[in-house]
Ligand binder design. Structure first.
Ligand SMILES: [Zn+2]
Length: 157
């Protein structure tokens, strides 16, 4: 279980809890290396989800990777780790409940993360989006920020 903060692969378990339906074990862990605390969700009946990458290769879906991406985007932002953990889990739940498919293109997962980050923290959203969409040019990036500001203004009215 890699630490989402520093990538160290050893952690100690502080607390273990079953989810309500018993299908997921939730473990509160502390990284041996950086002492950051994080939560892992381990499935008892593991039905693997797969991610189809841009080059067509398949990779196991890993909720920890989703979480790491969001943690990076939210660095120094007033967003709690707990909220991001819940969000990452909610994204996985979404995927599991959608369409009965077990394979998802990376772009779809990225869009789901962006959708949720947009609600949580706009700076984190733009950070994530700029990395994720690999903005081809500055105009695309500016357009994205413009859209964001427009939405923000509409929000206030
Ligand atoms: Zn660590």
């Amino acid at each position: 279980m890699l630490c989402p903060y520093c990538g160290h692969d050893d952690s100690k378990v502080l607390e273990t809890r079953d989810s309500e339906d018993g299908s997921v074990i939730r473990r509160r862990r502390e990284c041996i290396s950086c002492q950051q605390r994080f939560t892992t969700f381990e499935r008892l009946e593991e039905v693997h989800l797969w991610v189809i990458k841009k080059d067509g290769s398949r990779q196991r879906f890993d909720v920890q990777k989703v979480l790491s991406g969001m943690l990076r985007a939210c660095e120094k932002r007033p967003v709690s780790t707990e909220l991001l953990e819940e969000t990452a889990q909610a994204i996985e739940r979404d995927l599991r409940q959608s369409s009965g498919s077990r394979e998802f293109p990376t772009i779809l997962i990225g869009e789901k993360v962006m959708e949720r980050l947009k609600e949580i923290d706009e700076v984190a959203y733009v950070r994530f989006a700029s990395v994720y969409r690999e903005f081809k040019d500055i105009n695309t990036f500016l357009q994205e920020i413009q859209d964001l500001l427009t939405r923000e203004q509409n929000h206030r009215i």
